[in-house]
Ligand binder design. Structure first.
Ligand SMILES: [Zn+2]
Ligand SMILES: [Zn+2]
Ligand SMILES: [Zn+2]
Ligand SMILES: [Zn+2]
Length: 739
C-alpha cells in the first residue's frame, strides 16, 4: 500500500503510534494515516466505514474514525442533536417493524441505538461523542490480493499480519503481480467482508458458525477466476485439486442468529436472508451515510420547556403566545404559598427587599441599579414557579391541558406545542435580533443589500407596491429573508446495501423484504470507545413566510371546516390537534375511500405544506439553488413556514441574489396558474393533486414524506384523497373571492 507521495505508509517516516482502536493491544501498533478533507466531505462521503480509493488510485481503503471532539457546541445544540437522533432511530425501527414485525431487533438497530432487553430504540448519551469532521483515518482494505498472472490469492488477517510477512515477490514460479481484489461482500446487516472461498457452517454443538479454512484435499490455496462479467460466474479454484467454488458466503452473525431462532422453534429462514452480496467496492450500495439536520436555537427554552418539570412554565408561555386565557395568582396568593413552604419561607422577605430597593433606586434615578434589583426579584419569583413552590395559574383551555398530557405520545415532528415554542424562539433570534445586525430583512422594508431601490424614493415606492400586491395575492402577511440561519447537520451512522430500513432482495422472481441494520460509526480510539457523531454547523440563507390569519380564516370557512374560530387559529390548532402519526397514515392515498373529516389542524397543515413546496419550486427555478438542496420547516399553529438552503449542496445559487434580480418572477411563478396545473395529466388531478411532476419534492427535502399536499388547496378543485369521495370540492387559497 502506498499513499499519494508514493511512500509505503508502514515504512515511511515514523509516526508516534497513537491509541488507535484495537491496535492498542497489538504488539506492533500502527497508526492509520489521516487525511484532510472538507468538513462536509468527511461528514458525508468520507465518513468512517466507507470504502474509497486513496489519491492516485494506488489502493482501496476503508476510512476509520479518529478522536477529535467538537468542543464548540452549545448545550442546547447538543440537546437538539440527541433529540433529533432519537427521532431518527425510533423512526428507523418503526418503519422496519411495520413491514417486518418478526425481524430480530439486533438486525434492525446496532447496539448503541437499542435497548438490549426490549429491542426498542434507545440512545444513551454516554455512548457517543460529538466529533468535529476535520480529519478521518484510513486503512488498506480489503487485505485480499490476487496475482494478475495466475490468479492465486493471498489474504491477511490484519495490517500488522501483512507488515510481518509481506506479499512474496515470486508466485507459483513467476514474478508476482499482486493487486487488491476490488470486490467485497456486503450485507444489509451492515457488514462488509473480503471475498473468500470459505463459507460458514452452523455448528449446533457450540451454537456458532464456523469456517473450515481448507479444501477437502488439504490445500488452503485458491485461485480466483474473475474473467466473467457477472459475479455469479466467478469461481474460486483450489490449487491442490482443482475443485471450484462459487462466491456464495453466509454472513456469519446473521446465520448464527437466524439459525438459533429457527432451532428454538422460531421462524424458518431462507438462505437469501443470510448470503452476502458480492459488490464492487465503488458501488454506492456499499455505504450510505445517515444524517439529519435542524435549525439551531440559542434559547434553551426550546428543549427545557419540553421537560415535565417545566410544565407550568410551558403553560404560561403557550397562553401568552396563542392568547389563551390564563389566570395568574395574585401577589397575596404567592406570598401565602411561599410562606407555607418550610424551606423557602424566608425568600419572601428577600423578594420584598429587592422590590423595595428597586423602587428606591428608581426614585433616585439610578435606573441600572433599579433594573438589577428587579431582575433579582423576578428570578426569585420565577424559581418559585419553576420549583413548584407556587402554582403558576389556571389555563382557560381544558383542551390545551389535555393536549399537553397527550403530547408525550405524539410524533415530535408535527407536535404543535413544541413547534410553537420553536417558532417563538425563531422569530426572536433569527428575525428580530438578527434584524438589528442586518442578519435578516423584511422584504417590505428592504435595506441596500437586498435591493438598490432603497436610495430612490420613487423606485422604492414602486417596489413596495409591486411586492406588496404579490404578497397580498399569495396571502402572505410577512416575508423575511434571513441571511444566516444557523443549520446544524449531523451524521450518526451508516447502512449498507440500502439507504432505507427495508431492502427488497429479488430472488427467483420473488421479492423478499430484508431488515437493513442502522449502524453507528465504528468506535473511537478513546476511553469507553464512544461512537462519533459528526457535526457541522453552517449559516444558510432562508425565507420565512407568515400567512395572513384573516385570509386563512376565510379559507377555512369557505371549505366548510367545522367550528372555524373568529380569531386565534393558533389556539384552535392546539386545542383540536390529534397526532398525525410518524407515517401520516391517515393522510395516505385512499382513492377517495377515506373517512377523515375536514379538521382545522389537517387543513392548516395542508395549506402551509403545499405553499411551502410551491415556494421551494419557485426558489429552485429562479435562484439556481438545487431543488434537493432546499429544506423546509413548518410552524403550523403560527401559520408560518421557513424554506432554507441546506449546507451540503455545492450549487452556486443563492437567495439574496435571487431576490435582487428576480423577486417579481419568484412571487409570480408561485401564483402562476400553469405551475398549479400538473403536466402529468388527469391522473394527478383525480388523485388528490400532488405528484412528483408537480408539487412534490424529493424525499430528502420534505418534512412530511410528500403527504398532506395538494395543489387544489391553492387553486381549488377535488379534495384530498383521505376524504370520502363525496366531500365537496375545495375553494383555493388563491381564489380572488377570498382576497
Ligand atoms: Zn501468480
Ligand atoms: Zn482441493
Ligand atoms: Zn401532478
Ligand atoms: Zn414537504
Amino acid at each position: 500500500m502506498a499513499d499519494a507521495k508514493g511512500t509505503d505508509w508502514r515504512t515511511g517516516p515514523t509516526r508516534r503510534p497513537s491509541a488507535y482502536g484495537a491496535a492498542r493491544t497489538d504488539p506492533d501498533p500502527l497508526e492509520p494515516p489521516t487525511m484532510s478533507r472538507s468538513r462536509v466531505q468527511i461528514a458525508g462521503s468520507y465518513a468512517p466505514g466507507v470504502l474509497m480509493t486513496w489519491e492516485g488510485g494506488k489502493g482501496i481503503c476503508r476510512s476509520v474514525p479518529l478522536a477529535n471532539e467538537a468542543k464548540d457546541l452549545k448545550p442546547t445544540t447538543i440537546e437538539l442533536i440527541f433529540e433529533n437522533l432519537n427521532d431518527a432511530v425510533t423512526n428507523w425501527r418503526d418503519r422496519a417493524v411495520k413491514l417486518l414485525p418478526d425481524a430480530l431487533p439486533e438486525l434492525v438497530l446496532d447496539t448503541p441505538f437499542r435497548d438490549s432487553k426490549t429491542g426498542e430504540a434507545r440512545v444513551q448519551r454516554g455512548d457517543f461523542q460529538m466529533t468535529s469532521p476535520d480529519k478521518v483515518g484510513y486503512v488498506p482494505y480489503p487485505l485480499l490480493y490476487r496475482c494478475g498472472i495466475c490468479g492465486s490469492t493471498r489474504e491477511f488477517d490484519s495490517i500488522a499480519d501483512q507488515a510481518r510477512q509481506p506479499l512474496p515477490k515470486k508466485c507459483n514460479g513467476h514474478e508476482a503481480r499482486w493487486t487488491q481484489v476490488d470486490v467485497v461482500y456486503a450485507h444489509w446487516s451492515g457488514d462488509i467482508e473480503p471475498l473468500s472461498p470459505f463459507n460458514y457452517n452452523f455448528d449446533p454443538q457450540t451454537g456458532t458458525a464456523r469456517q473450515i479454512r481448507m479444501c477437502t484435499c488439504g490445500s488452503s490455496s485458491f485461485k480466483l477466476r474473475n474473467a466473467a462479467p457477472v459475479f455469479s460466474e466467478w469461481r474460486y479454484v483450489c490449487e491442490g485439486c482443482g475443485e471450484t467454488r462459487s462466491l456464495k458466503k453466509a454472513n456469519r452473525e446473521v446465520l448464527e442468529r437466524l439459525q438459533i431462532q429457527q432451532n428454538d422453534g422460531g421462524r424458518t429462514f431462507q438462505w437469501i436472508e443470510v448470503n452476502m452480496l458480492p459488490v464492487s467496492y465503488r458501488a454506492n450500495s456499499t455505504f450510505y451515510v445517515q444524517r439529519t439536520s435542524f435549525i439551531v436555537f440559542e434559547d434553551s427554552a426550546v428543549v427545557e420547556l419540553m421537560t415535565p418539570k417545566r410544565r407550568a412554565a410551558l403553560i404560561a408561555r403557550l397562553a401568552q403566545i396563542h392568547a389563551i386565557p390564563f389566570a395568574e395568582p395574585s401577589e397575596d396568593q404567592i406570598r401565602e404559598s411561599v410562606e407555607a413552604d418550610q424551606v423557602r419561607a424566608g425568600e419572601w422577605d428577600e423578594y420584598e427587599t429587592y422590590r423595595g430597593m428597586a423602587q428606591k433606586a428608581e426614585e433616585a434615578g439610578r435606573t441600572g441599579a433599579a433594573r438589577r434589583h428587579r431582575e433579582n426579584a423576578d428570578d426569585l419569583r420565577e424559581a418559585w414557579f419553576a420549583d413548584g413552590v407556587v402554582a403558576r395559574g389556571q389555563l382557560g383551555s381544558p383542551a390545551v391541558l389535555q393536549a399537553m398530557a397527550a403530547r408525550e405520545d405524539w410524533t415530535r415532528r408535527y407536535d404543535p406545542i413544541r413547534l410553537t415554542i420553536q417558532h417563538d424562539a425563531f422569530v426572536r433570534e433569527h428575525i428580530e435580533q438578527a434584524m438589528t445586525r442586518h442578519g435578516s430583512v423584511d422584504v417590505m422594508t428592504p435595506d441596500v443589500a437586498l435591493t438598490d431601490v432603497v436610495n430612490d424614493p420613487a423606485r422604492k415606492a414602486k417596489y413596495q407596491k409591486t411586492v406588496g400586491t404579490l404578497l397580498g395575492h399569495l396571502g402572505v402577511e410577512r416575508l423575511v429573508l434571513i441571511r444566516g440561519l444557523p443549520i446544524c447537520e449531523f451524521s450518526f451512522g451508516y447502512t449498507r446495501v440500502a439507504a432505507t430500513p427495508i431492502y427488497q432482495r429479488e430472488h427467483n422472481g420473488q421479492r423478499v423484504d430484508m431488515p437493513v441494520r442502522l449502524k453507528a460509526f465504528g468506535q473511537l480510539p478513546i476511553a469507553e470507545n464512544k461512537r462519533p457523531i459528526y457535526v457541522t454547523q453552517q449559516l444558510n440563507e432562508a425565507l420565512y413566510f407568515k400567512l395572513d390569519e384573516e385570509r386563512v380564516l376565510r379559507w377555512l370557512t369557505a371549505n366548510q371546516i367545522v367550528d372555524v374560530p373568529k380569531e386565534h387559529i393558533g389556539r384552535a390548532y392546539l386545542e383540536r390537534y390529534a397526532d398525525f402519526g410518524p407515517f401520516l397514515e391517515v393522510f395516505k392515498d385512499r382513492e377517495g375511500m377515506g373517512s377523515y373529516p375536514r379538521t382545522l389542524p389537517a387543513y392548516v397543515y395542508l395549506l402551509l405544506h403545499t405553499l411551502s413546496h410551491q415556494m421551494m419550486h419557485s426558489l429552485a427555478d429562479t435562484s439556481g439553488v438545487d431543488r434537493d438542496g432546499i429544506g423546509e420547516h413548518i410552524f403550523p399553529a403560527d401559520l408560518s413556514f421557513v424554506i432554507y438552503r441546506k449546507g451540503m449542496t455545492p450549487d452556486l445559487g443563492n437567495i439574496s441574489a435571487m431576490w435582487r434580480n428576480y423577486s417579481e418572477s419568484f412571487l409570480k411563478r408561485a401564483l402562476d396558474p400553469r405551475t398549479l396545473r400538473c403536466g402529468s395529466g388527469n391522473l394527478c388531478d383525480t388523485r388528490g393533486g400532488a405528484c412528483p411532476a408537480c408539487v412534490m419534492v424529493s424525499e430528502v427535502s420534505c418534512i412530511a414524506s410528500n403527504l398532506l399536499l395538494s395543489r387544489a388547496v391553492l387553486k381549488g378543485g377535488k379534495g384530498p384523497e383521505w376524504e370520502p369521495g363525496s366531500a365537496p370540492n375545495l375553494i383555493g387559497f388563491f381564489d380572488p373571492g377570498l382576497a
